[in-house]
Design a protein around this ligand. Sequence first.
Ligand code: SF4
Length: 62
Amino acid sequence: MPDGKQAGVRCIQLSEDGRCKVFGLPSRPDICNRLTPNEEMCGTTDQHAYDYLAALEKATQP
Ligand code: SF4
């Protein structure tokens, strides 16, 4: 995504089963490499993670 990924837009590198297709490759964005997943962020369900991200996006919007 040469112009960056907008909030709420699915990354083109995300596979249908929710895995990063460029994990471990040099082309993976540095921000993705620096993000350390944790239980607070990920929870135990996809919905928890989506809700957490939505709250972050809302809290950091200009
Ligand atoms: S880790 Fe980064 S590159 Fe991989 S799917 Fe998620 S946003 Fe895309």
